[in-house]
Design a protein around this ligand. Sequence first.
Ligand SMILES: *[C@@H]1O[C@H](CO)[C@@H](O)[C@H](O)[C@H]1NC(C)=O
Ligand SMILES: *[C@@H]1O[C@H](CO)[C@@H](O)[C@H](O)[C@H]1NC(C)=O
Ligand SMILES: *[C@@H]1O[C@H](CO)[C@@H](O)[C@H](O)[C@H]1NC(C)=O
Ligand SMILES: CC(=O)N[C@H]1CO[C@H](CO)[C@@H](O)[C@@H]1O
Length: 933
Amino acid sequence: MWTYVILLFLTATSTLGQCPVDIPDDERRDCYPWENPTQGDCEARGCLWCAPIDPEYPHCFYNTKVCPSEMPESSRVDCMPEGGLRADCLRKNCLWCETDTPDVPWCFTDPDSSLGGEYCPADIPESERVDCHPESDASVQECLDRGCYWCENTAENVPWCFMPRQAGYRMAGSPVETPQGYQIVLDRINTPSVFGQDIGQITLDVEFQTEQRLRLKFYDASTSRFEVPITISGTGTAPVVKDYDVTFSNDPVFNFQIKRISTDTVIFDSSIGGLQFADQYIQIAGRLDSDKVYGFGEHEKSYFKHDMNWKRWAMWTRDQATTDSNLYGSHPFYLNVEQSSNAHGVLFLNANAQEVTLQPAPALTYRTIGGILDMYFFLGPTPEEVIQQYTMSVGTPVMPPYWALGFQLCRWGYTDLDHLKAAVGRMRLYDIPHDVQYGDIDYMDGYKDFTIDPVNFAGLPEYVQQLKSEGTRFVIILDPAISNTPSPGEYPPLDRGNAENVWVRDYTGSNPQEGQVWPGMVYFPDYTRSATEQWWTNECVLFKDELDYEGLWIDMNEPANFVDGSDEDPPCRDNRFNNPPYIPIVGDNLLWKKTLCMDTIQDLGMSYNTHSLYGWSMAKQTLPAVRSALGRRSIVFSRSTFPGAGQWGQHWLGDNWSQWYNLKASLIGVLDFNLFGMPYTGADICGFLGTPTEDLCRRWQQIGAFYPFSRNHNHESYPDQDPGMWPTVANDTRNTLLIRYRLLPYLYTLFHKAHTTGGTVVRSLMFEEKNRLSVVTIPPFSHPLIALIYTSEEGYIIPVQQPANSTLFSRSNPFGFVVSLDDNGNASGDLFWDDGEAIDTQGTGTYFLGSYTASGSTLTGTVSHDGYSEASNLVIDDVEIHGAGTVTSIVINGVTHSDWNQHPESQEWRETFILPGEPILASSGNGVESTSH
Ligand SMILES: *[C@@H]1O[C@H](CO)[C@@H](O)[C@H](O)[C@H]1NC(C)=O
Ligand SMILES: *[C@@H]1O[C@H](CO)[C@@H](O)[C@H](O)[C@H]1NC(C)=O
Ligand SMILES: *[C@@H]1O[C@H](CO)[C@@H](O)[C@H](O)[C@H]1NC(C)=O
Ligand SMILES: CC(=O)N[C@H]1CO[C@H](CO)[C@@H](O)[C@@H]1O
């Protein structure tokens, strides 16, 4: 008898015995609306499991009826005011009782379901939801069809439709050890399927590349997919010691944790779920250690630290001047400062249309619609070290020429050469430093690259020579698009381009694709083709003979097109590239808005994959072109950028508005691009669009004097806004620029460091150790930059030089040092100096590098590298010491000097000594010695 009961119980669990008799088939409420539930899946949800008599009805169901008898009609809350059938109601997980009473809803909410129904599990916190319906207008039906959970009554922006934790992949067997780490094969679990085309088996290569760099590469081993042509590889074997550890689990599906060993901090935890790998939809989510997330670009923001309240950002290059949307560059890189104040960075090396959602957990969900999932972790541990490790991996910033650190004036809409000369005249009138003058598209003939307007800009080449002799160089704009309407012989750059077949091709792969830009109908060079580099270089070299330009400003290279897709009808063919199943939240919700169709073809691949690499590849080919033309260092300002673009080009922040808000946002833009390895950056001073007020322009000139790239630029439709337009702005601009010019040796040295070891030139106070741990109070200094140097950077020695009206003249002036002693009376700094123009002086050794230390009331200069003989002609005649106390005597190179002057403006915290002029090549052991008590 006893045995019999046990048997009955076992049978009951697995078949029909436990089916509650009082819930007939048609009263079952589906508890597992996804494909093929198993008994385990069902029981894990606390639901009942037994076969229905009629297979139409669910196997797995709740222990409540569709129409509970105890619910009075009067207390029903309508669950489907829009109307619908019983099946629709049950899909919303509401209750359904038909009645003859008028106006009583048949479909009503379940009062026992606090979260809106049991499709809404309580064990996933809102902050950790991984969106299962990232496109707009989710409906419960679509959500459940995807196999996801649905919870309606939540706070703003929280997704209602989200992924079950048990979605994703499972490890097939154990991780296999490789020389650099592990290889893991992952098999997909059937549900959920968000956009179809799911890849059943993917491979994960875990590479321990260096002590601080880890790579996780998820790919389809059976089919080759697009990969960004940037190689970041390790030594081939795992380092013996490393800062991180990775662990894997299959519970409930494959997930991994990356840990910083020294603090036992989990910096990325994918057990939050959500891993998807479909042909056109790849997703990963991770919990982060802290909400201090920076980076991801290019976007305009008024804050540096990200908004983690479900803020979503797309990354896809786009010619667009709006806030809150994807702009010109794509930078899928972020920096996370951990609670311990250590920092790490993560690069998603992918060029497809992509996006990130930042969640309050803190967590993030990353999605891309092509390529592979290729993640690089940089373990720092300081923020500056993270950026160094990142830029050393993708390419450190190119060394700018010295003149490029000077002030620059530009506008679109110089109607003719006289208009331009008048603006330059105002700079001279007010004696405003002026190193670079620009020619925007106005100088061209019919907006065609490599031409000069023979009427309005007649005499430009001669004027450029005159400017150069005065210390002002000329930089020109070049757009990629080449006019294709001239007949053979009329426009040689087109003829030569045709001969070499250098153009982006249409979907057939054989015909050049037409678009419309400034000159009218155009072709777009394919800068991923080697023939293009030869053609482009040749054109740049030939044009240099006509116009003695000094640098190239490459615009419209997202690439921008004045028509969406093309002029054809339809503009783009209806296929899975032009209209993919999912489009990240890019502006206008169209990948080919104001650009080429996604199925146009470059050597590197289809625009669907390569679009965001257009500006990157153009910069890559333009740097060698301009170097061939000049035979020396130059600049290549690129509007569109991608990781690694900094090794060839620089960036300005694009088309912004003459509004106070943009002035503020510009500082964030500058900080962001310092994270992205393009430290030479700045916004259009006084704003590009709109008419600035005198006061805005004054303040913008004052702030902009400290952008690494300092240029006033303006839109055609608005009046002149160069600083000479207002006498008081002119004065304030000159005075502030003289501070900038005084600091140029310091700025140049910072660029040298960024070039040789990676890292930033402008950085947030957060990057300084003590500031990450405490709040700094900035004393009321008269100038923000001075405040920055003196408060956050105490302990530093900053090389300075007497300013002039251009770097041509300032470069031969006497040097000085600003010494800011720390609490122990110590300080240190460097000076890098070379001819400012030769290519790769670091490589050829033709530079001077001095190190300076202050300690025990002695300032000592040490020559670390003496490869630039001109340095011996330079002198130091000014040392400014902060924090030294009262000075009683000065000894220079062993000789006591009585002829030093205390600076007339000295205050208690500042002592300035005008010295008689000492050679800059001070050797070790000698130096300025001041005695204090
Ligand atoms: C500009 O500065 C000069 C020299 O300091 C001064 O003489 C002049 O009055 C100033 N002009 C204005 C408008 O402030
Ligand atoms: C710039 O200053 C130098 C002297 O430092 C002077 O010779 C030159 O004429 C000035 N140039 C202009 C354009 O004012
Ligand atoms: C200050 O510099 C001296 C000499 O270089 C060094 O011995 C000392 O440790 C330094 N003090 C601090 C606090 O770094
Ligand atoms: C499109 C846009 O707004 N671009 C820039 C405008 O200016 C700010 C700074 O002033 C930049 O940060 C934006 O990227």
